[in-house]
Design a protein around this ligand. Sequence first.
Ligand SMILES: Cc1ncc(COP(=O)(O)O)c(C=O)c1O
Length: 414
Amino acid sequence: MLRALAMASVALGPQAAGWARTMASHQLLVAPPEALRKPLSIPNRLLLGPGPANLAPRVLAAGGLQVIGHMHKEMYQIMDEIKQGIQYVFQTRNPLTLAISGSGHCALEAALFNLLEPGDSFLVGVNGIWGQRAADIGERIGARVHMMVKDPGGHHTLREVEEGLAQHKPVLLFLTQGESSSGVLQPLNGYGELCHRYKCLLLVDSVASLGAVPIYMDQQGIDILYSGSQKVLNAPPGTSLLSFSDKAKNKIYTRKTKPFSFYLDIKWLASFWGCDDQPRMYHHTTPITGLYSLRESLALIAEQGLEDSWRQHRETMAYLHGRLQGLGLRLFVKDPALRLPTITTVAVPAGYNWRDITNYVMDHFDIEITGGLGPSMGKVLRIGLMGCNATRENVDRVIEALREALQRCPRNKL
Ligand SMILES: Cc1ncc(COP(=O)(O)O)c(C=O)c1O
């Protein structure tokens, strides 16, 4: 074979002979990057921003395991266990429950791409950045988007939502349980029932709240619920959790048009995740090690128990709030009942630049805290306590860092 190739290339001339030796038809334009010759180096940081949080050790170990095939029976078993874990943390019996190969945004797009058709009326509660994002995606789909806008720090009351439902007759309402940009906890009791009275489905974002505050998908009448892996679950970013009620499933399965996204088409995903009685069909190659990690993070919270996790976050938040107030700082969300335990927003203290403070804490203590996001930008500092990071010891560490930052950072004397 080789001899035949060599003889053929001699017959074809010197250029073809080179090709036969190296199989290359062109010279390389780009050399191997120098930077990749150095070993990978990751600093040791305490992540007390709005996410991601540090990985739990057991989750970290799972991410280092060898890959198996995404369609091997052992992988299907892991996917089934993930589904059961999601049903537990969401408190739902929905068969159409699965993980999405993508971050929280991907779960939001999966929900909206499948539920909305062009021309559908879509009501969006905006009290920070996540409602803005949902509205943006709704517009891209061609839905008629109606925003109920609150200042950052506000939430949507049942009365306001009812007005919106009556006026716009939407097929879908979007609310964020944990508005991570403003630190607000949106109450959810009664909203599902209200939506259903107006023949509307309820979609809730619990990316920043799941595992830290109660949520009862079935009992609260939430039709679509999604969350992320990288916050209270202490898993790596890149997978998300999603579930649909029978009502939501019915809307999807009676669509007149195909969803724009193939990657996020729920009918395909339902089949691949074994949510229907059909044989599983290949759809895409899942992030296998990300799913191992997600499985372990769900196992950890199942072992701890949801009620205990809610208690842990509530108590650690109270401790943090007391210590922040002890430093003379003011909490941004006025009503204590509306404060999100995972992400505390602190009004930027007068005379300081928020960036000086977050940079100081990072540079001198290797702790991440952040400024605001979207509508809360420039107004707040955000401190996150999520999952295994939600400890009194971590509160003490960040308070020490903040105390020093407030002493050392420049303060204008206006
Ligand atoms: C409440 C909320 N929703 C959605 C998202 C988006 O998630 P991701 O960044 O994983 O896409 C975030 C991320 O911080 C969030 O806090």
